[in-house]
Design a protein around this ligand. Sequence first.
Ligand code: ADP
Ligand code: MG
Length: 291
Amino acid sequence: AVPVALVSGLSRAAAIGVLVKGGGALETLAKVRVLVVDKTGTLTHGTARLASARAFAPFGEPEALRLAASLDQASGHPIARALVEEARRRGLALSQPTKVIEHPGEGVSGWVERRHVLVGGPRLMRMHDVRFPPADGAGHAGATTATVLVAVDGMPAAVLELADPLRTDGGRALSALRACGIERVVLATGDRRAVAEALVAGLPVDAVAADLDPAAKTGAVAAERRNGPVMMVGDGVNDAPALASADLGVALGARGAAAAAEAADVVLLVDSLAPLPEAVRIARRARAIAL
Ligand code: ADP
Ligand code: MG
């Protein structure tokens, strides 16, 4: 039987919007020492705005955005939602995509109006042998927190820079977690290193692992386990394997992917990292009483 102290810990956690899937998960929550945190949609809001775009002839910016957003209607990724919203704001007429393939952590491919469209990161473009001209300078380094490449019929069509700001409570949550016994914080992202490092400058983050596909994210979690029990926090389909492999997987449930919530041991029911430090304290108290 689950000790009474654990049961009451579970209900205290639930009351602050943290769903802990059982007494075992609550005990692990009390023991975690390392935090591996995802970037897009977890440390950032994932409600990105298009900050700048560079289109390549013969495509203009509106056409590249229209094709990308048409395809991204089929994706639940935060970047996809942002592109669709931006296209709607601009009054662009979107078409239904067909034969859509979602590549978790890489992007999306499919057909829009008889054109083959790719929307995603550099790995997706390499997979399809699309070569982009080298980037001219750092772009909008500070504000830019995601870069999305668009290719049409095997040709580069646009580079979209999205500003996806840090959650207002993101830095505070990391500091509060450190104050309650998390000794090491690692950012693990599918995005590029420059973008990830710019985002966490000034935050209590010890290491950045970038350019990770879902398998590499799982590898990053495995590597951190030598530093202590690992809690992984993420929101996306691409985080699900890493969440399952961590000592404790924590999913952002409010806007995150269902696959992440299923793979996790803990689901944050609010769209915020803020209750996590308090949940750790609740778990520690419950464990101290139960022992
Ligand atoms: P993180 O690991 O930080 O949450 P992801 O792995 O989800 O980030 O995404 C990494 C990169 O993959 C994004 O910056 C973007 O370039 C690309 N990407 C992934 N999915 C999509 C999508 N549906 N639409 C556009 N770009 C995508
Ligand atoms: Mg994410």
